[in-house]
Design a protein around this ligand. Structure first.
Ligand code: COS
Length: 388
C-alpha cells in the first residue's frame, strides 16, 4: 500500500541521489577501512534512514511494507554494509518491540532508534543453535528479592549483526528450563551498559566489510522485569519468528536492488569491452547472461511487491516472505556469478566493484534463515494449509 505517491516519490528520489552521489563513491573507502565514515552516518540520520519502518508516533517515517521494499530496492544499489548499519533499527532489532512490546517499552526505545541515536541488535543465534533456533540455551532465570522481580541472563549469542555498535539488544532466552521447546523462550530488551553483558572480538568475514558482527556474552546479567518484551514469558520464540517474517521480505528487496546494480555494472562493462573487433555485449552468449539476469531480477521484484502488498492488507505472509527471500537471494547469487563472468579476468580483481559484490551477496542466502530453512517453512505451511 502506498499512502501518498508524491511523498514516496520524493523520498525515493532523495535516497536515489544519496546512494548515487554519496554512498557509491565511498564504497571502496568502506571496504578498505572496514568503517562507514561518520559524515555519511550523520547524513543517513538526517534522511530518516534509521526510522524508515518505525511508526510516526515514535519519530519514524512509518513506511508501509510496500513503501519500505520500494526504498530497499534503491538502498540495494550500493554496498550492503551501508544498509546494514540502519537495517537492524528498521528490522530485526526494533520489530520485536514494535510488534509485541508494551507502550512503555515503545516510548523508551523507539524514538532513539528512529533518530539513529541508538542502534539495536537481534540476538537469537548461538554456537549450538542456528537454523534450529528453538534449541537455544541462553537462560533467563527469574528471581524475586527485595528489589522486585529480575531475570539473570547467562549464555553467549553468536554472529550478532551490529553488536559492536549496539546500544540495545533484543535477546531470546529460556525462562523455563524445564521446557526445552519453543514455549520455554522469552524475549528481552537488554541495554549495552547492563553489568554482565560483554562483547567478543569482531568477526573477520568473507565480505560486507564495514558491517560488523561479534559474540554477545551474558554472565549473571541482571535485567529488570520491565525489560521482558510485552511483559509476557513464553512467547519470545513467536516474537522472533514474526520479526523474521518481516525481515525476510526486506532482505529479499535488498537482493533485488543489489542484483540490479550488479547487472547495470555488467551491462556497462559488456558495452564498453571490445573483443574480436566488437563490443562483447553484441555476442549472443553474453546477451543470454544479461537477459537471464534481467528476467530473474524482474521476477524477484514482482514477488517482493506482491508479498509486501499482501502484508499491508493484514494477511499472514510467512509463506510469501520465505518464497521471496529464497528466490531473491538465490537469484542474487546467480546474477553475481554471471556479472563476474561477463567481466572476465577484470571480475576477479578488486579494481572493479563486482569482485566485492560477489563476496558481499553470499550472506543473503544464509542470514535471516538459510535457503534450506525458507524451503522448510514454505513446504510446512503448504502441508498445514492442505490439512485445514
Ligand atoms: N509467526 C508466528 N508464530 C510462529 C511462526 C511465525 N512465522 N513460526 C512458528 N511459529 C510458532 C509455531 O506456531 C509454534 O507455536 P506453538 O508452540 O504454539 O504451536 C512455535 O512457534 C514453534 O514453531 P515450530 O514448531 O514451527 O518450530 P521449529 O522448532 O520446528 O522451527 C523454524 C521453526 C525452523 C522455522 C525456525 O527455527 C527458524 O526460522 N529457524 C531459522 C532461524 C533463523 O532464521 N535464524 C537467522 C538468525 S537471525 S539473523
Amino acid at each position: 500500500m502506498i499512502r501518498d505517491n508524491d511523498t514516496l516519490a520524493a523520498l525515493i528520489d532523495a535516497i536515489r541521489r544519496f546512494v548515487r552521489e554519496r554512498l557509491v563513491p565511498n564504497e571502496s573507502v568502506v571496504a578498505d577501512t572496514d568503517a562507514i565514515p561518520e559524515v555519511l552516518v550523520d547524513e543517513m540520520k538526517a534522511l530518516g534512514l534509521f526510522g524508515l519502518s518505525i511508526p510516526e508516533d515514535y519519530g519514524g517515517l512509518g513506511l508501509t511494507m510496500e513503501e519500505e521494499v520500494s526504498v530497499a530496492f534503491e538502498l540495494g544499489k550500493t554496498s550492503p554494509a551501508f544498509r546494514s548499519l540502519f537495517g537492524t533499527n528498521n528490522g530485526i532489532g526494533s520489530q520485536g518491540i514494535i510488534i509485541d512490546g508494551t507502550e512503555a517499552q515503545k516510548h523508551r526505545y523507539l524514538p532513539r532508534l528512529a533518530s539513529g541515536e541508538l542502534i539495536a541488535s537481534f540476538a537469537l543465534t548461538e554456537a549450538g543453535s542456528g537454523s534450529d533456533a528453538a534449541s537455544l540455551c541462553t537462560s533467563a532465570r527469574r528471581i524475586e528479592d527485595g528489589d522486585g522481580v529480575h531475570y539473570l541472563l547467562n549464555g553467549t549469542k553468536r554472529y550478532i549483526t551490529n553488536a559492536p555498535e549496539a546500544g540495545i539488544f533484543t535477546v531470546m532466552a529460556r525462562t523455563d528450563p524445564a521446557d526445552r521447546s519453543a514455549r520455554g523462550i522469552s524475549a528481552f530488551i537488554v541495554e549495552r551498559a547492563t553489568p554482565g553483558l560483554s562483547l567478543g572480538k569482531t568477526d573477520r568475514k568473507m565480505g560486507q566489510r564495514g558491517a560488523h558482527t561479534c559474540d554477545v556474552i551474558f554472565e549473571d546479567c541482571r535485567v529488570g522485569a520491565e525489560q521482558l518484551i510485552g511483559n509476557r514469558e513464553g512467547v519470545g520464540f513467536k516474537t522472533a519468528m514474526k520479526v523474521l517474517d518481516k525481515g525476510r521480505l526486506h532482505i529479499a528487496a535488498v537482493c533485488v536492488g543489489v542484483a540490479e546494480r550488479m547487472l547495470a555494472d555488467a551491462l556497462a562493462y559488456a558495452m564498453d569491452r571490445k573483443q574480436f573487433g566488437q563490443s562483447i555485449a553484441d555476442f549472443q552468449l553474453v546477451q543470454a547472461m544479461l537477459a537471464d539476469s534481467r528476467t530473474e531480477s524482474y521476477a524477484a521484484r514482482c514477488m517482493v511487491l506482491d508479498a509486501a502488498r499482501k502484508r499491508d492488507e493484514g494477511r499472514d505472509v510467512g509463506t510469501e516472505a520465505a518464497c521471496a527471500k529464497l528466490f531473491a537471494s538465490e537469484m542474487c547469487g546467480r546474477v553475481a556469478d554471471r556479472a563476474v563472468q561477463i567481466h572476465g579476468g577484470a571480475g576477479y580483481v578488486s579494481d572493479y566493484a563486482i569482485e566485492r559484490f560477489y563476496r558481499d551477496v553470499r550472506l543473503f542466502r544464509i542470514y535471516e534463515g538459510t535457503s534450506q530453512i525458507q524451503q522448510l517453512v514454505i513446504a510446512r505451511n503448504m502441508i498445514r494449509e492442505a490439512k485445514t
